[in-house]
Write a protein that binds this ligand. Structure first.
Ligand code: NAD
Length: 285
């Protein structure tokens, strides 16, 4: 396929465009992921808290039975905040291992490509360090190829890089033209951590009607969603747009064959507001 890949700090490769399934009910996840794989997506992003790992897994199982090779699919899921909340030491580690096994079973897989700590929850101190030890064990045991984090700030990443044996492969954070995460991206680049964008389309709201972006889309004969995804790719960011509409699922993958120029990139940079759509990870529990 023509989807570019990003090489992670552990040598693994992740497709730069993937398919996200947040807010897709379990029963609808199967046809949505089926449509995505048919359209050519090979990377799927879910999470235990989305409660659609089983529906997602059903579409993956179907694709594998239909001849898609396991090594051509890239599956990500995330450890939720509860369950490990008040636990430390071995008890905490065992809880993480159990939650991982439950996710893997729902997905119908025997190995995961990427496992993420969903939120850092700094109000619970550095409990993520204990969770990370279990993640390192899962990687050492070959149950997951790569381990990473989500919604971590530079402070938590620094702590993790100082204490851990395995550096996080990537950090999945809110990122779109309104909230481009310029500083965090520079921090990631300095430390060999890949950047993955959640809500890459700004959740499909005002961003897709932004006049400056509409103008760029008209100039290239593309949609605003395609311009925004093209911007992610040219920025070296991994993006995981979500849609349950087959035509949009295809549209979001069809971002090759045009290039944003310096003028376009400057105009996109100018729409940044610095305002998040989602919660502030430093406060979210
Ligand atoms: P998104 O930015 O991908 O926007 C999705 C919405 O945009 C769709 O529901 C639809 O309304 C609209 N849309 C999609 N394609 C379109 C198109 N071509 N034209 C017009 N409208 C279109 O938002 P998202 O779902 O929040 O983020 C994507 C994925 O990121 C999620 O599904 C999930 O996998 C992940 N995510 C992770 C976290 C986290 O904490 N790690 C948080 C939020 C989302």
């Amino acid at each position: 396929s023509s989807i570019p890949t990003v090489t992670l700090n552990d040598g693994a490769q992740i497709p730069q465009l993937g398919f996200g399934v947040w807010q897709v009910p379990d029963a609808e996840a199967t046809p949505a992921v089926r449509a995505a794989i048919e359209a050519g997506y090979r990377s799927i992003d879910t999470a235990a808290i989305y409660e659609n790992e089983a529906g997602t897994g059903a579409a993956i199982t179907e694709a594998l039975a239909g001849g898609v090779a396991r090594e051509d699919l890239y599956v990500t899921t995330k450890l939720w905040n509860s369950g490990t909340r008040d636990w430390s030491g071995e008890q905490g580690r065992d809880a993480v291992l159990r939650e991982f096994d439950a996710s893997l079973a729902k997905l119908g897989l025997d190995q995961l490509d990427l496992y993420l700590i969903h939120w850092p929850r700094p109000m619970h101190g550095d409990s993520y360090l204990n969770i990370w030890k279990a993640f390192e064990q899962l990687k050492a045991d070959g149950k997951v190829k790569s381990i990473g984090v989500s919604n971590f700030g530079a402070e938590q990443l620094t702590r993790l890089l100082d204490e851990a044996s395995v550096a996080p492969a990537l950090n999945q954070v809110e990122l779109h033209p309104y909230f481009p995460q310029t500083e965090l991206r520079a921090f990631h680049a300095e430390h060999g951590i890949a950047t993955e964008a959640w809500s890459p389309l700004g959740q499909g709201k005002e961003l897709l009607a932004e006049p400056a972006l509409v103008k760029i889309a008209e100039k290239h004969g593309r949609t605003v969603a395609q311009v925004v995804l093209r911007w992610h790719l040219q920025s070296g960011v991994i993006a995981i747009p979500k849609s349950v509409t087959p035509s949009r699922i295809r549209e979001n993958l069809d971002v090759a064959g045009f290039e944003l120029d310096a003028e376009d990139l400057a105009a996109i940079a100018a729409v940044a507001t610095g305002k998040r759509i989602g919660p502030d990870p430093q406060e979210f529990d």
